[in-house]
Design a protein around this ligand. Structure first.
Ligand code: 2P0
Length: 384
């Protein structure tokens, strides 16, 4: 099926936007309010460059219901989630117009990178422009958070912190930039170790963990120190310190989830071997560390000069199906029609590395147009 967007006559309430996925270094896991998507802990992430979601939203007063096309396909469950997100925008604008939404990713679900973060950030950005709301980035972040927690962070580029906030209405649970990508342009190699959908999505995993893991309160109590350490490491561009705190946060999140009943085991054997290989490389002086989300893919974050060595090392591991490379990139932004239909790498204000495509020619990402399109708005965890 052709997932390329068709040329359309643009209406008055139509706009296009792009956003990129992000990877948490200090993890979000657990909600203090599931309806508002308020987290029990703050988190810190890096926004990626080479992977993107591009979305066109066209509010059309004549439409009877929202029409949602994700990578050229429609899916009732996902359309429902998109409609709920559009409702937030309609509420803000005081209109009840239905919308046509056309959205696509340049990365397959199999890449194991969060598509709901980029998907909902792009949707909020495009919808805001289409309705002329002119929300500032913080307001966009709050709305994106309500659609998917991690989407709050993809409104911003580079290094980003999402505050857990204290207010019951969640207006202070918002992301903000810590450092721009160009100021510390690390690279990321993603080792793809499985293309299978996992059994337990993030939202369900978080719910189960909060209800059954004996480590939940320790997780919450210890997060502030991790956020402080990571923030300091980022502002000082201290790679060794960021490596130590990021691996700690990742392993702690998995220990917490492993201790749920039944335990949440997101790794496979290759995931473990990748983590061990990354640690061995670091032991030999290579500036690299790992992080793993609610799935079996391993993200190796490194200084730019180490990226080839890191990719080669990961490719050698039995069970690694592919390695996808990306740099750090910009936050969500408006696109012209020409940019929206373009199949090229995104234009980016995220810094020098952000202008490189950063995708291995052998990766499924580079060949995305020939492969079945991924599903944009899957729950983040389910996409991994
Ligand atoms: C994160 N993850 O900080 C953590 C680490 C996965 C592991 O954010 O329910 O798709 O939409 O708020 O954002 C995945 O969860 O969950 C996630 P919802 P989301 O990146």
């Amino acid at each position: 099926m052709n997932s390329e967007p068709r040329a359309v006559v643009l209406g008055e309430h139509c706009a296009m936007a792009q956003a990129q996925p992000n990877i948490a270094l200090i993890k979000y896991w657990g909600k203090r309010d599931a309806a508002l998507n308020l987290p029990v802990v703050g988190s810190i992430s890096i926004t990626l460059d080479a992977l993107w979601t591009r979305t066109r939203v066209s509010f059309e007063p004549g439409l009877e219901q929202d029409r949602v096309s994700l990578n050229g396909r429609s899916d009732a469950a996902e359309a429902k989630r998109v409609s709920a997100c559009l409702d937030l925008l309609r509420q803000r604008a005081g209109v009840n117009w239905r919308a046509a939404v056309d959205s696509r990713n340049n990365f397959p679900t199999a890449a194991g990178l969060a598509s709901s973060a980029s998907g909902f950030a792009a949707l909020i950005h495009a919808g805001d422009s289409a309705l002329g709301l002119n929300l500032d980035d913080a307001e966009k972040s709050v709305l994106a958070r309500r659609c998917s927690g991690s989407a709050a962070r993809s409104i911003f580029g580079g290094y980003v912190e999402w505050a857990h906030g204290k207010l019951a209405d969640g207006t202070d649970s918002v992301a903000s930039p810590l450092l721009e990508a160009a100021a510390w342009p690390l690279r990321v190699a993603v080792a793809i170790t499985s293309t299978a959908a996992k059994e337990v999505g993030s939202s369900e995993g978080m719910r189960r963990t909060a209800q059954t893991s004996p480590f939940q309160s320790a997780w919450i109590d210890s997060q502030e120190a991790d956020l402080n350490a990571a923030r300091s490491a980022i502002l000082a561009r201290d790679f060794a310190a960021l490596a130590a705190i990021s691996e700690y946060s990742c392993l702690k999140m998995h220990a917490l989830a492993l201790a749920a009943q039944p335990g949440l085991l997101y790794w496979n054997g290759a995931s473990v071997e990748c983590m061990r290989r990354v640690r061995a490389l670091r032991g030999q002086g290579v500036p690299v560390f790992f992080t793993v989300d609610a799935g079996p893919q391993v993200k190796a974050v490194c200084e730019p000069q180490a990226i080839e060595q890191v990719k080669s090392a990961l490719r050698e591991i039995p069970g690694v199906l592919d390695v996808v490379e990306t740099g750090l990139g910009a936050g969500s932004r408006k696109l012209t029609e020409a940019e929206f239909v373009s199949r090229d790498a995104p234009t980016s204000s995220g810094g020098s590395d952000a202008d490189r495509s950063g995708i291995d020619s052998a990766s499924p990402v580079a060949g995305h147009s020939a492969s079945p399109a991924p599903t944009l708005t899957r729950h983040r965890g389910e996409a991994e």
